[in-house]
Design a protein around this ligand. Structure first.
Ligand code: CP
Ligand code: NVA
Length: 310
């Protein structure tokens, strides 16, 4: 250990496969320690600031609990209550917070806000979701798949739906660690070209496959995981009607779609979910669903991340 101390965590793309494996292995150790009641106060006295422009259940709670398990603490800062809301520059805010706390996790609309924070902060800045990426989710997703199969290489994940932040981080993570990834999205809602390019580059090195398709049936063929996310992400509420018209019914993950996947295929979703939109209730509430293990794993992977960065 470890070249990770002091680094920012804005995208999985900034980390090598070895570094991601280091995070996953420590996640497994910390999850095991928690189960056995073994103390693991790796960050005594450290303080994490959480700054959120958007709502959150999992990310906020898992980070706050993570810091307490690690012997540190956290501060939740409502974006609108900071001077940022009155026009104080992000750069000044980042410099000031760097004098008080040991790390900051921020959830923002524009990804460039995080990049600006990272440029000016002397403490690690963690992307707690931007419109572009959700790397903390991607890390927990990789961990969940690894935990389930005991390996990553040679598995296939199919993502069906909006080519959004969650899809982007999943594509990057899978392609880095040798998992085949097929994405099925309608025209106009495909993943960002920059991410597709990164994923294809990563895949050359890891030996995995990246497919960008339109047809969900083709994408889920022999997949071990069918993954989806909401059709209307935070901040896109105005597009709701149009999006539902485009995505439904074709992109809803149904039991029928599982007929084309591998026999042992599971269902994953970052949550929050909209039953009857991106997923049928009998899928998310059925026996193939591992969404709550996945949600739990946010805690374990974020603990590992914090321990390594801070
Ligand atoms: N998956 C996820 O990030 O959930 P929250 O929006 O509740 O944090
Ligand atoms: N794509 C969703 C993910 C929520 C965790 C959103 O950005 O709203």
């Amino acid at each position: 250990m470890t070249g990770l101390r002091g680094r920012h965590f804005l995208t999985l793309q900034d980390f090598s496969a070895d570094e991601l494996w280091e995070m996953l292995r420590l996640s497994r150790d910390l999850k095991d320690k928690l189960r056995r009641g073994v103390p693991h106060e790796l960050l005594p006295g450290k303080i994490l600031a959480l700054m959120f422009q958007k709502p959150s259940t999992r990310t906020r709670v898992s980070f706050e609990v993570a810091m307490r398990h690690l012997g540190g603490s956290s501060l939740y800062l409502e974006w609108g209550q900071l001077q940022l809301g009155r026009g104080e520059p992000v750069s000044d805010t980042a410099k000031v917070l760097s004098r008080y706390v040991d790390g900051v996790a921020a959830r923002v609309y524009g990804h460039e806000i995080l990049e600006e924070m990272a440029r000016h902060a002397t403490i690690p800045v963690i992307n707690a979701l931007s419109d572009f990426l959700h790397p903390c989710q991607g890390l927990a997703d990789l961990f969940t798949v690894w935990e389930r199969w005991g390996r990553l290489e040679g598995l296939k994940v199919a993502y069906v739906g909006d080519g959004n932040n969650v899809c982007h981080s999943l594509m990057i993570g899978c392609s880095k660690l040798g998992v085949d990834i097929s994405v099925a999205s309608p025209e106009g809602y495909k993943p960002d070209k920059r991410v597709v390019d990164w994923a294809r580059e990563n895949a050359k090195e890891s030996g995995s496959k990246v497919e960008i398709l339109t047809d969900p049936v083709e994408a889920v063929k022999d997949a071990n995981v069918i993954y989806t996310d909401v059709f209307v992400s935070m901040g896109m509420e105005r597009e709701r009607e149009e999006r539902l018209r485009v995505f439904l019914p074709k992109y809803q993950v149904t039991l029928d779609l599982f007929r084309y996947a591998a026999e042992d295929a599971v269902f994953m979703h970052c949550l929050p979910a909209h039953r009857g939109e991106e997923v049928a209730p009998e899928v998310i509430d059925g026996e193939r669903s591992i969404v709550f293990d996945q949600a739990e794993n946010r805690l374990h992977t974020e603990k590992a991340l914090l321990a390594l960065l801070l």
